[in-house]
Write a protein that binds this ligand. Structure first.
Ligand code: G3H
Ligand code: 13P
Ligand code: ZN
Length: 333
């Protein structure tokens, strides 16, 4: 058993309380490899932003769970080396799908876990979330839960049952589970294709897709029911069109990839939304830079040659999110 406290990590409790009252959101960036982690830490250290390092089940399988944990421990020391005296870094399990996975993460030094039981019937979601909370809280590890199913607008309009979070359930859910934060569904979804072209309009000038707005009414209802309670948005990549264009210009094929407009995330950050999850935008920034570099330098074969611009591009994107979208810069000075 290793406590996250020994690793210099923090849990989300104080961080979220400050973000909710301060009207900003904490970036939760997924990482799977060293370059992503370096870029995240450089961006957070340079902007003095609290940051959540997220590890998914897929990341644990890809990179090895033990190695990722030690990389996060190293990240704290790296942040200090970069001149960030008191780094505020959370190591978080993203979309934990069982009690065992959550327990494993608590036991090996994570400071926060998500139990995603949102696909289970309501009472089963409560029971599993409560079990994780009871375990995690013994070690001061914070727990994110999810209510409502992340789905695109298509599912929303074509399904007889709404997938959005039901505001009338949130008080009962939060009270009975004891969770520390709640991921809700208001129209965001995972990946680089969040809406179909039919759900969007087209900007006549650029020909680009303009997605429909998020269900802010649901968010406001939830906020009214649980004043000050930390709310989380998953699936919040914006799918920057310049990155998509670069990928497509250098041999990629991502037709009509579309994300959540940044103005809407900026608005959400000012509310009780205090954690915003971004993964796909990092994948796009990395892929765009690698494709461009290799196309322009066909003789290069040293990974350091093409991963250096990839890391730079991700860092630029992370800084942009922190400063211009979430507003978390300077909050961990
Ligand atoms: O929520 C999903 C995250 O983007 C993680 O994705 O399961 O492919 O690592 P992954
Ligand atoms: P994106 O696919 O929009 O980046 O969402 C990431 C996420 O929610 C991770 O949990
Ligand atoms: Zn997610």
């Amino acid at each position: 058993m290793v406590s996250y406290k020994e690793l210099g990590l923090v849990n989300t409790k104080e961080m979220f309380a400050k973000a909710v009252s301060g009207g900003y959101a904490i970036p939760a960036f997924n990482f799977n490899n060293m370059e992503q982690l370096q870029a995240i830490i450089m961006a957070a250290a340079e902007t003095k932003s609290p940051v959540i390092l997220q590890v998914s089940k897929g990341a644990r399988k890809y990179a090895n769970a033990t190695l990722l944990r030690f990389m996060a421990e190293g990240a704290v020391e790296y942040a200090k080396e970069l001149g960030w005296e008191k780094p505020e870094i959370v190591l978080h399990l993203d979309h934990g799908d069982s009690f065992e996975t959550c327990k494993d993460c608590v036991d090996c030094g994570f400071s926060s876990v998500m139990i995603d039981a949102s696909s289970l019937p309501y009472e089963e979601n409560i029971a599993l979330t409560k079990k994780v909370v009871e375990y995690a809280h013994q070690f001061d590890v914070t727990v994110e839960a999810e209510l409502g199913v992340l789905a695109g607008v298509e599912d929303e309009v074509s399904s007889a049952v709404s997938h959005y979070t039901k505001p009338e359930e949130v008080i009962d859910f939060a009270t009975r589970t004891g969770c520390d934060s709640l991921a809700i569904s208001i129209g965001t979804s995972h990946g680089a294709y969040k809406f179909t072209p039919e759900q969007c309009t087209r900007d006549p000038k650029t020909g680009k897709l303009v997605p429909p707005p998020l269900a802010f009414n649901v968010l406001h209802e939830v906020e009214k029911k649980l004043p000050g309670f930390p709310i989380v948005l998953h699936g919040s990549s914006s799918v920057p069109q310049d990155e998509v264009d670069t990928i497509n210009a250098f041999g990629g094929k991502l037709p009509d990839a579309v994300g959540i407009p940044e103005e809407q995330l900026r608005e959400a950050s000012k509310s009780a939304v205090c954690k915003i999850n971004i993964d796909s935008d990092s994948r796009l920034a990395m892929t765009a830079a690698v494709r461009k570099h290799l196309a322009e330098n066909p003789s290069h074969f040293d990974p350091r040659q093409y991963l250096t611009p990839a890391r730079e591009n991700m860092k630029k994107m992370y800084i942009h999110k922190i400063v211009n979208v979430l507003g978390s810069d300077g909050k961990a000075a």
